[in-house]
Design a protein around this ligand. Structure first.
Ligand SMILES: *Cc1c(COP(=O)(O)O)cnc(C)c1O
Length: 336
């Protein structure tokens, strides 16, 4: 155990994700780009229905919910939220009621993640985006109050489970990455990941330090700008440090955000991103989503082409899942 590692003691965790996930080399794409060797951490394989990064965080979040005796999980996100889908399914798995507070107006026929939320029996409340944005905290508290009034014990999980508890998910994943690097005998210079609510980046950034990965963590913003995520990631890390009484100097952590590839906005991508998703599927049999991973990977590819990784031998892209977000955007593929 390194000195850094001895700074942390993990809290309770439920075993919910299929881990360790593989680290795989993208040979044809690496050859095509003539840049660093690109490796993919297959966190899309954390489960078939639980696919993606959220289940790693929820292993810690739901352990806490159980410890507090909660019987209702309340969380929030967009209509196609991967986090809400994972929570809905895990709630069903653990015998907990789930209530989702969703942003947007649903189509008459549910698709993608929303369909799975419904199958899992989650209670769903939807709100117009403007109203949701201005009143989210109040909506969550009111929803929790409804359950308290019925004598139940609600547990509110913030957007993406990105908070002081959720940070542990990707701190823990860094232990796996260290083993992956040893196994493949590589020393990657960068770990690239899509950033949406910041918790994955926060965990990876702290974990890379604690497990001495020697790689810079780069968050590819998919919605808000660099300033927003610098603040959000530090906020989650500060809460984490305080809650668990950790003796870590957060000032030594290098929070790197790239906000050049947000495109038109959250869940909206340019044609170039859809083309990149199609290209990777054909080259490597790997499918990304247009909301998170497709945008982030397109950004990585663009930066490699621009020479930003010229002096790097290996980079790791974390595939954070999102497969069900492909289907609701089916019309955007194959456009001329
Ligand atoms: C939520 C999500 C992300 C972003 O993770 P955050 O911790 O919210 O920043 C990336 N990829 C996918 C597929 C996601 O669902």
């Amino acid at each position: 155990m390194s000195i850094q590692e001895s700074l942390i003691t993990y809290p309770k965790r439920l075993t919910l994700a299929q881990t360790p996930t593989p680290l795989q080399k993208l040979s044809r794409v690496t050859t095509a780009l003539q840049g660093p060797t690109i490796w993919v951490k297959r966190d899309d394989l954390t489960g078939s229905l639980l696919s993606g990064n959220k289940v790693r965080k929820l292993e810690f979040t739901l352990a806490q919910a159980q410890e507090e005796g909660a019987n209702v999980l309340i969380t929030c996100g967009g209509l196609q939220s991967n986090h809400c889908r994972a929570t809905a399914l895990l709630g069903a798995q653990l015998g907990l009621k789930v209530h989702l507070v969703l942003r947007g107006e649903p189509d008459s026929v549910a698709d993608g993640n929303l369909l799975l939320d419904q199958l899992a029996g989650a209670e769903i409340s939807t709100y117009r985006p403007g109203y949701y944005a201005n009143n989210l905290e109040q909506l969550l508290q009111e929803t929790a109050e409804q359950y308290r009034a019925k004598g139940l014990k609600p547990f509110v999980i913030p957007t993406g489970a990105s908070d002081d508890i959720g940070v542990w998910g990707y701190v823990n994943a860094c232990k796996e990455l260290r083993r992956d690097f040893e196994l493949h005998n590589i020393q990657p210079s960068h770990i690239v990941v899509a950033t949406g609510s910041g918790g994955t980046q926060a965990g990876l950034t702290a974990g890379a330090f604690l497990y001495q990965l020697g790689a810079a963590v780069v968050g590819m913003a998919v919605c808000d700008d660099e300033h927003y995520f610098q603040t959000k990631v530090m906020h989650d890390l500060s809460g984490w440090k305080k809650r668990y009484g950790l003796d870590i100097d957060l000032a030594v952590l290098d929070i790197q955000v790239n906000d050049n590839y947000i495109g038109p906005g959250y869940a909206k991508a340019d044609k170039a991103v859809f083309d990149c998703i199609q290209w990777l599927a054909r080259e490597e049999g790997l499918v990304l989503d247009p909301v998170y991973t497709g945008k982030a990977f397109y950004g990585l590819v663009s930066d490699i082409k621009a020479g930003k990784y010229n002096h790097c031998s290996d980079v790791v892209f974390v595939h954070t899942g999102g497969i069900f977000g492909v289907f609701p955007q089916r019309d955007q593929f194959f456009q001329q």
